[in-house]
Design a protein around this ligand. Sequence first.
Ligand code: GLN
Length: 253
Amino acid sequence: MTHTIAGEPVSSPNNGKTLRILQLYPKDMNIYGDWGNTLALARRAHAHGFDVEILDYNPGDTFPDDVDIIIGGGGQDSGQTVIQEDLHAIGAKLKKNAEEGMPMLVICGLYQLFGKEFRTHEGETLKGINIFDAYTVGGNERLIGNIVEDSQEFGTIVGFENHSGLTYLGAGCEPLATVTKGVGNNSTDHHEGARVHNVVGTYLHGSLLPKNPKISDYLIEAAAQRKYGEFTPEKIDDSMVEKARASAMKRPR
Ligand code: GLN
């Protein structure tokens, strides 16, 4: 399914360019406001002058060749099981796209499955698609709460985590950030999320992107550079975002 998001009027002129955003598995992997990431990204791209098309991809659909950004959300272990077979069917394509520089953002459940494997608390092994050199083990405890972290690339990132899986990174990818409030990937190393090529994996729901527009700008810039060979950002008034961020950062864990 393709939907076009009617943007609010923005001060920037339309630049005549279009970005196509693919949301992976919105039926099964889309919780705690993850759909808001796609909406926020579309709005942000619109504010930078792009037309935006949003495509949904669910199990059994034909995977489109001409997308520019891929977004995936979280889900219960059961949702991860539902999409697993289909994810493997498109896994090689996703990995090739990632290696060729397509920007992607995957949250929580799909972050786990973009790694090598997820061994659930029940002892089931869900194989991942190997984009991140990382594996996840189901823990005994749910890690729930507001989270704040520092990233060299994106500054302070703020969001909300809710997972029991504990993720451990290998040498083939970098963490996204170091946690200053909350838990992150696991209870030991204070790392959160993962970065490889132009792929960002994170446990942060929230939604993430409305509160962290630097990550949206990064995804949009990478997509525009790849597709059009250039990106000319518009100046966007982020004063409301700054207020939302400050308030989110003050919330107790
Ligand atoms: N089922 C996974 C876990 O609890 C992912 C949860 C999520 O996507 N929020 O670790």
